[in-house]
Every structure is written in C-alpha cells, then in structure tokens.
Design a protein around this ligand. Structure first.
Ligand code: ADP
Length: 320
C-alpha cells in the first residue's frame, strides 16, 4: 500500500444496537454503542490496511463527538478535517433487526452537528492534498452541509484528486425516495469511481433486474470504474473497455455491517498510488479479489469498525 492520501467526506455517528437480537427498539433491554457512519468507516478501513486517510466532517462538541474523533485518531486517521459544532449534538442512530426481519431505525438528527458543516469551515489544505476524494454522505439532504459537500468535491477535483462515490442509500433518512434519487443523481456525473450495492442499483434504475444492462444504464462519460457489490455473490465491475465479475469468499458471516465500506476502502487503498490499475483488467481483478476478501472478513465479526481487517489478514484469506 502506498502513501497517497485518501480523504473521506461525510458523517460519523454512533449506532445504538440492542444488546439482544430480534427485538423492536421499544422492547430492547439495553443498547451497545457502535461507532460508524460510512465515510468514517472507509477512512478507518484504509488506515487499517496501512494506507493514509483523513476524515472531513462535523461532530458535536460533546462526549460522543470527542469519542468519535478519538476513535479516528487511535486508528491512524487524520482528524485535521473535523470541526466541532458548539450548538448541535453528534448524530445518533438507534437500529434494530426485528424478529420479522425488518430493520427499524430511529435517528437523532434535528439537526445534528454533521448536517451543519459550513462551506467556510472546510479545511481546504487537507482537501487539496487528497489523491482520492471519497464521499458517500447523507449530508446532501440539507443546507448548509449540501453546499459544503459540493464545495469540497469541487476543490478536490480542481486539485487533481480522483473522485469516488458511494451513495449509501439509507432510505429512512431521506424525506422521500424521489428526493433521494434526485439528489444522488444530481452529483452522479462528477464521480470517476462509483460503488453501488445491488439494492442501490435497483433503486436508482427503478428496475428489479440486476444485470449488465441495468448497471450500464447508470454509466456516464466521466466514469472510469463502476462497481456493483452483491454481498455473498461478490462484485461486478464495469470500465469503458471491459466488464466482468469477481466471486466472493466463503466465510462465517455474523454481521454484514461495514462490508461495503471495507470493500471500497480496500479498492481505494490500492488505486490511490496507481490509477492505471483501472485500465488493466488482470490487475483490476486482483485488486477486486483483495477488496472482496476485505469485505468478507468484515462480515465475520459484529460491528463495522472492530471488524475491519489489516492487510496481513486480507492477504491470508486471498492466498488461502
Ligand atoms: P454493502 O455493505 O454496500 O451492501 P455488500 O454487502 O455487497 O455491500 O458487501 C460488499 C462486499 O463484501 C461484497 O462485494 C463481498 O465481496 C463482501 N461480502 C459481503 N457480504 C458477504 C458475505 N456474506 N460473504 C462473503 N463476502 C461478503
């Protein structure tokens, strides 16, 4: 892994997960804290693999905000792009997988600190130092963080960064599915690398088919690499010259949280210092195998951040 900086922009929050599984939020006897937020997970995934990563976003100037900043630093992620809001508090999410298989969410976001990041507060020097600028935030929803998001993308792009996007669709967070689709597609054609899950592909295309035709309907001229992750079925990749799929690893899955973040973190950690990988199918396939292994290992432990593997762990699965 080389040393080009990957800057990941968006929110970091705490998921509160019931201490027992299969209950509704109202029935939960207690909750465990699970730090997360996809963009923060990606930054930590990169750092754990030995890469150089920074996180840009806003936290509350409260106990949870300082705890989250501490977790980034402990994991070797630069916190120089973090702002603390004096008024609003750190975002919190209560999440459960009920016995009926439905996920139930409740959010503290009215508004939370992450939604209040102002364009003027951005650490532009840090953003300009990015070789890869990754974003995948729900902070497109409201101002002022929407403007901050767009400014950060533009500054990174102008400074020569590769732009990488993961829509991280969490529908309950959006005012409506229509608005979610519009806002995701409004920044779609800026990104050069895009990773979507099968669920996101269906949502964005409005079709229940997950095939080459539906994936390619999302293609745009600036795109260099489109990835569709398929959980235990691995991933598909599309470039302007070729496409194909790479199968997943068989592992003992206990919790899939963070698998997609581990996957994209692993991919970015490999292409940050050598973008020509994207044009060479054999090398790209090797990197996607590494990324699949990184995603697979992340599903073998509870939570996202505690489950993210080191490069040695990933390589031992790849070479098994
Ligand atoms: P997301 O978290 O964005 O929905 P996925 O669940 O598709 O993304 O996971 C990303 C990658 O992690 C997959 O492409 C796959 O390589 C790996 N992965 C996810 N779930 C499993 C699983 N159950 N078994 C093996 N690998 C998995």
């Amino acid at each position: 892994t080389g040393k080009g900086q990957i800057v990941s922009f968006g929110e970091m929050l705490i998921d509160f997960v019931p201490t027992v599984s299969g209950v509704s939020l109202a029935e939960a006897p207690g909750f465990l804290k699970a730090p997360g937020g996809a963009p923060a997970n990606v930054a930590i995934a990169v750092a754990r693999l030995g890469g150089k990563a920074a996180f840009v976003g806003k936290l509350g100037d409260d106990e949870f905000g300082h705890m989250l900043a501490g977790i980034l630093k402990e994991n070797g992620v630069s916190a120089d792009g973090i702002n603390f809001d004096k008024g609003a508090r750190t975002a919190l999410a209560f999440v459960t997988l009920r016995a009926d298989g439905e996920r139930e969410f409740m959010f503290y976001r009215n508004p939370s600190a992450d939604m209040l990041l102002e364009p003027e507060e951005l650490n532009l020097e840090l953003i300009k130092s990015a070789k890869v600028f990754h974003y995948g935030s729900i902070s497109l929803i409201v101002e002022p963080c929407r403007s901050a998001h767009i400014k950060a993308m533009e500054v990174a792009k102008e400074a020569g960064a590769l732009l990488s996007y993961d829509p991280n669709l969490r529908l309950p967070l959006w005012p409506s599915p229509k608005e979610a689709r519009e806002q995701i597609l409004s920044i779609w054609d800026k990104a050069e690398v895009i990773k979507v899950s099968d669920v996101e592909l269906e949502f964005l295309t409005g079709s229940d088919k997950i095939d080459d035709e539906s994936a390619l309907s999302l293609w745009h001229p600036n795109l260099k690499l489109l990835l569709v992750t398929l959980g235990e079925h691995g991933c598909r990749y599309y470039t302007k010259d070729f496409h194909g799929s790479v199968e997943a690893f068989h592992v003992n899955t206990v919790d899939t949280t963070g698998a997609g973040d581990a996957f994209i973190g692993a991919l970015l950690s490999k292409i940050v210092d050598d973008q020509s990988i994207i044009e060479d199918e054999a090398r790209l396939r090797a990197v996607l195998k590494f990324a699949n292994a990184c995603g697979a290992i992340t599903t073998t432990k509870k939570g996202a951040i505690p489950a993210l593997p080191t490069e040695t762990e990933v390589l031992s699965l790849v070479n098994k």
